[in-house]
Design a binder for this molecule. Structure first.
Ligand code: NAG
Ligand code: NAG
Ligand code: NAG
Ligand code: NAG
Ligand code: NAG
Ligand code: NAG
Length: 590
């Protein structure tokens, strides 16, 4: 968690299976109890999803699609409230949160495990609540520095600095690890008693079948304290630690590799800068960039904090120019780190919690009801199969003939080309893939030997293909198939679909037409946040909003004028976006 308040916050796929409606039967992966990563395995951070909905999604899609891990929200009891960050304010170690109770948690772990998916719990162990008194979601009452039966005054740090004990100076190691992160009661993790309590909580999670831990706010705990706590665990599990690199700060991500993987935020920020505005041409090799080694990094395009970044334009689900999808294609194709994919919901306000009390909903290759289900987006789920097929093969055949155009292979089993330029790229590519015909898994899968999308023919270490603007192509030996190619154009690996509203409405002077609806981009039904339409084609009022593909949403039009706000009559208009491209909605005022 970052400074919230100001910023916060197996081998099923052997055949390159990428369809949105999986048909392969799930088979359990072998579990290796190893704190070190397996870089071919992909983690999904299911942000805000309830335990019951994760269990169902493990069975319906996640396991069959070949993902290996799900990182779940913090499972311990926390303060009440609708905002997402309440889960990062523990009040007891009861397994009872907004996302479900202990039996629901255990049921999720076991149903996911039976689908070949292991659970990583988000472990909030640096601190307890910032709120000074109240009752948690599981009924436990607490007051400042007093969590009955667990912690009392002596179990917390008071750094006696800055008037409010808050961290002000990130260049001071003592402050970062002994003062309070945004007023959160800071646990004295040097104490044997506190270490024992934390370890008992983590061992309780392990007893329920948890096989990985993400250590939240790890930078605010000395690395040796984390080592001591982990040494008390009943078995070895996968560890990833949130250590946000800050330029010039004394606490370094590399201090934490002794405990397990480290979340390498320099990777996240580099992808953001490259895919949002800079160039992608220098992303070949990060080994000399001063980051933690790929074998010790947990790498992602976005997590719940970075998508809410107040300090820079974040790379997020609705970034323009397909940037979010293209960055994922890169991240899942490139060998650096153990990759995580965020799967969350659309939001307009920093604090907004998950829709429907966390009951995540997906269908086809997208989400519904505000859920995004990024893990189902075709380009992202296709790349999970790519990553499994290429395994640990080295990156080779790097080609970048023009700005924002890169292509590279992974050994003799996979090849990817990413075109972040705004015109189509027709190229002849050098590859180590064997002779044969391959399906571009981003545009379609092999179905009975034929590609449902674009195909390439490799011959003598070369193939020719056209990659549309702002799109990508990925082929691997797990997805062979024949089909047309050459001049054929695959559909874009679209992260968003342009929805064009065209509302025919006659108005009088002073009246304007707006659209409002269930999505954040449509004001989440708040008439004050409705999107103004243009009268340039009067009496047709027009406007365009970008929406995730395969997403169902509802909307109505508003007439705002001197006589107040009038809504179109019931029922709500309901539509679903296509998988890519654009959609035009012609409606008349009623
Ligand atoms: C799992 O482990 C068993 C026993 O070591 C082995 O026979 C089997 O091939 C492994 N399965 C996979 C999918 O690696
Ligand atoms: C957990 O929640 C489920 C669903 O609401 C409920 O049926 C069950 O009784 C609860 N279990 C406990 C131990 O509270
Ligand atoms: C691959 O195709 C090229 C061109 O047709 C041919 O020269 C070469 O012998 C083939 N390689 C194999 C291993 O068949
Ligand atoms: C690949 O080769 C086959 C057989 O010659 C041909 O039918 C097909 O159109 C080719 N596909 C592409 C993408 O060039
Ligand atoms: C339209 O959507 C709003 C917001 O979800 C809901 O309150 C309302 O009942 C819906 N109207 C109809 C007729 O379903
Ligand atoms: C909406 O209107 C536009 C412009 O007349 C037209 O091109 C388009 O096909 C229409 N869309 C539908 C779904 O009717």
């Amino acid at each position: 968690m970052r400074n919230f308040g100001t910023l916060l916050a197996s081998v099923l796929l052997a055949a390159g299976f990428t369809s949105a409606s999986p048909v392969a039967a799930p088979a359990p992966h072998n579990v290796t109890l190893n704190a070190r990563q397996n870089p071919t395995e992909v983690i999904i951070q299911m942000f805000g999803w309830s335990w019951d909905s994760i269990a169902a999604e493990c069975e319906a899609f996640i396991g069959p699609a070949g993902y290996s891990w799900v990182q779940v929200s913090p499972p311990q009891e926390h303060i009440t409230g609708g905002q997402w960050w309440t889960e990062y304010q523990p009040v007891s170690y009861k397994i009872q949160s907004k996302r479900g109770n202990r039996s629901q948690f255990q049921n999720m772990v076991s149903r996911c495990r039976n689908s070949g998916v292991r659970i990583i719990a988000d472990a909030v162990i640096n601190h307890m609540s910032a709120i000074n008194s109240g009752t948690g979601v599981g009924g436990s009452s607490f007051s400042q520095f007093n969590y009955p039966g667990i912690y009392q005054r002596q179990d917390f740090h008071t750094c006696n600095r800055n008037g409010n004990n808050d961290i002000m100076n990130y260049n001071d190691r003592y402050e970062v690890q002994n003062c309070e992160l945004n007023n959160l009661a800071d646990l004295a993790t040097e104490s044997d008693y506190v270490r024992g309590k934390i370890a008992a909580y983590l061992n309780d999670l392990l007893s329920l079948g948890v096989e990985g831990l993400r250590i939240d706010a790890a930078k605010h705990i000395p690395t040796g304290d984390i080592s001591n706590i982990l040494s008390r665990l009943s078995r070895v599990v996968y560890i990833t630690q949130e250590v946000i690199f800050g330029p010039g700060e004394p606490i370094l991500p590399s201090e934490y590799t002794r405990n397990g993987d480290v979340q390498e935020f320099r990777y996240t920020y580099t992808l953001r800068d490259a895919f949002l505005g800079g160039t992608i041409n220098n992303l070949r090799d990060f080994s000399t960039w001063g980051w933690v080694a790929g074998g010790q990094a947990n790498a992602f395009v976005a997590n719940h904090d970075t998508e809410r970044d107040h300090f820079a334009t974040p790379l997020k689900y609705d970034s323009p120019n397909n940037a979010y999808v293209l960055a994922h294609v890169f991240s899942l194709a490139h060998p650096y780190g153990q990759p995580s994919v965020l799967s969350g919901y659309s939001w307009s306000n920093f604090d907004t919690g998950a829709p429907d009390n966390g009951a995540g909903r997906c269908s086809g290759s997208g989400g519904s009801g505000g859920w995004l289900c990024q893990h189902r987006w075709l380009a992202i789920s296709a790349m999970v199969g790519f990553r499994r097929t290429v395994g640990t093969a080295a990156l080779n055949n790097w080609q970048s003939p023009a700005n924002n155009r890169i292509a590279f292979g992974r050994g003799t089993t996979g090849f990817v080309a990413i075109n972040r330029a705004t015109s189509a790229w027709t190229g002849t590519f050098t590859t180590s893939l064997p002779n044969g015909s391959y399906c571009d898994v981003i545009s379609g899968n092999p179905v009975n030997g034929a590609c449902s999308g674009f195909a390439v023919n490799v011959s003598g270490g070369r193939f020719t293909a056209t990659i549309p603007a702002l799109s990508a192509l990925a082929v691997h030996t797990g997805a062979r198939g024949t089909g047309t190619g050459g001049g054929n154009t695959p559909p874009p690996a679209s992260g968003t679909v342009a929805v064009n509203f065209r509302s025919t409405a006659t108005t009088v002077l002073g009246e304007n037409i707006f659209v409002v609806g269930s999505l954040a981009q449509l004001g989440a039904w708040n008439p004050d946040a409705a999107v103004a339409l243009s009268s340039a084609s009067y009496p047709v009022w027009t406007g365009t909003v970008n929406v995730a593909p395969n997403t169902e949403f509802q909307y109505k039009f508003l007439r705002k004028g001197p006589n107040g706000v009038q809504w179109t009559s019931d029922p709500n208009f309901t539509v679903r976006t296509p998988a890519s491209g654009s959609q035009t909605l012609n409606d008349s005022w009623r």
